[in-house]
Design a protein around this ligand. Structure first.
Ligand SMILES: Nc1ncnc2c1ncn2[C@@H]1O[C@H](COP(=O)(O)OP(=O)(O)OP(=O)(O)O)[C@@H](O)[C@H]1O
Length: 258
């Protein structure tokens, strides 16, 4: 499943938040969106998963205008891990993950053993199998994040939209979650804050500043100290590790400590 955005504009209140953004995610491609706080990453993703209506522009899902696709149909195809996952009811971990099957069911459809098997496999993938009967609300922030990802995996989506999926996670789970997502081999569009991880996992990056894409391309080609200075207003050094090929980024403090 591929995703294409053509000239998307989003205005919230009296402010143009997203300005004429075009981007594409091909089948099997892991695409990152980076940019400073308030640059419009979440707004763009929320527009794609239909919480926000664009003021103009077209979103195509496998060539079909998203406006013409029923919400229930796009929910089958698009899995979402959003930024805030507060819930008002107390569910068990298993209940929470089983919700991922909902788009695939008819109104009164009941859960089948196959649904449970898919949910358990997703819980195992995120390393939470010991906690299936726990109350979701008692989990730590990172554990909740892993369960929300397991719910999205249970949906068996063809496209995943992730808004800072590694928020709250320790480094082991940051690497694990991004590796799991990449191994799915489906299209992924993820807003990421950590530039080293973005460079390590993403096939391509779009760089947002004040609601505009200022550049896009292969991480090792576009991530330069000049770009980081322009976008984040900080100095850094970027080297490619000759052994791994991964980028190593050293940030310089904005003021020296005594
Ligand atoms: N409903 C709204 N009304 C007015 N402005 C809004 C609204 N929602 C978001 N904004 C503004 O839009 C801008 C972009 O916000 P957004 O959350 O998309 O940024 P972001 O790049 O995801 O930021 P962060 O890295 O901090 O999560 C911000 O200036 C924010 O204050």
């Amino acid at each position: 499943m591929d995703l294409e955005l053509k000239n998307i504009n989003v205005k919230l209140g009296d402010k143009n938040i997203i300005q004429d953004i075009s981007l594409a995610v091909a089948k099997g491609e892991f695409v990152g969106i980076i940019g400073p706080n308030g640059s419009g990453k979440s707004t763009l993703l929320r527009t794609i998963y239909r919480i926000i209506q664009p003021n103009s522009g077209i979103i195509l899902l496998d060539g079909q205008n998203l406006k013409d696709v029923k919400l229930s149909e796009s929910a089958k195809k698009m899995g979402v891990v959003g930024q805030f996952n507060s819930i008002n009811f107390d569910f068990t971990v298993l209940d929470m993950v089983m919700m991922g099957r909902t788009p695939h069911k008819s109104l009164l459809g009941s859960d089948t053993p196959a649904d449970y098997a898919i949910a358990m496999e997703s819980i195992r993938k995120v390393g939470m199998e010991k906690h299936v009967n726990r109350s979701f609300s008692t989990l730590s922030g990172g554990e909740k994040q892993r369960i929300i990802l397991a719910r999205a995996l249970t949906q068996q989506p063809q496209l995943l939209i992730l808004d800072e999926p590694t928020n709250h996670l320790d480094i082991k789970y940051q690497l694990q979650i991004l590796s799991i997502v990449k191994s799915l081999g489906i299209g992924v569009l993820a807003a990421l804050h950590d530039l080293s991880l973005a460079a390590m996992y993403c096939h391509r990056l779009y760089v947002l500043k004040e609601g505009n894409v200022i550049t896009s391309g292969v991480p090792n080609e576009i991530l330069t100290p000049e770009l980081v200075r322009d976008v984040y207003e900080i100095e850094c050094d970027i080297q490619e590790n000759p052994a791994t090929g991964y980028l190593s980024i050293t940030y310089y403090p904005t003021c020296r400590h005594a």
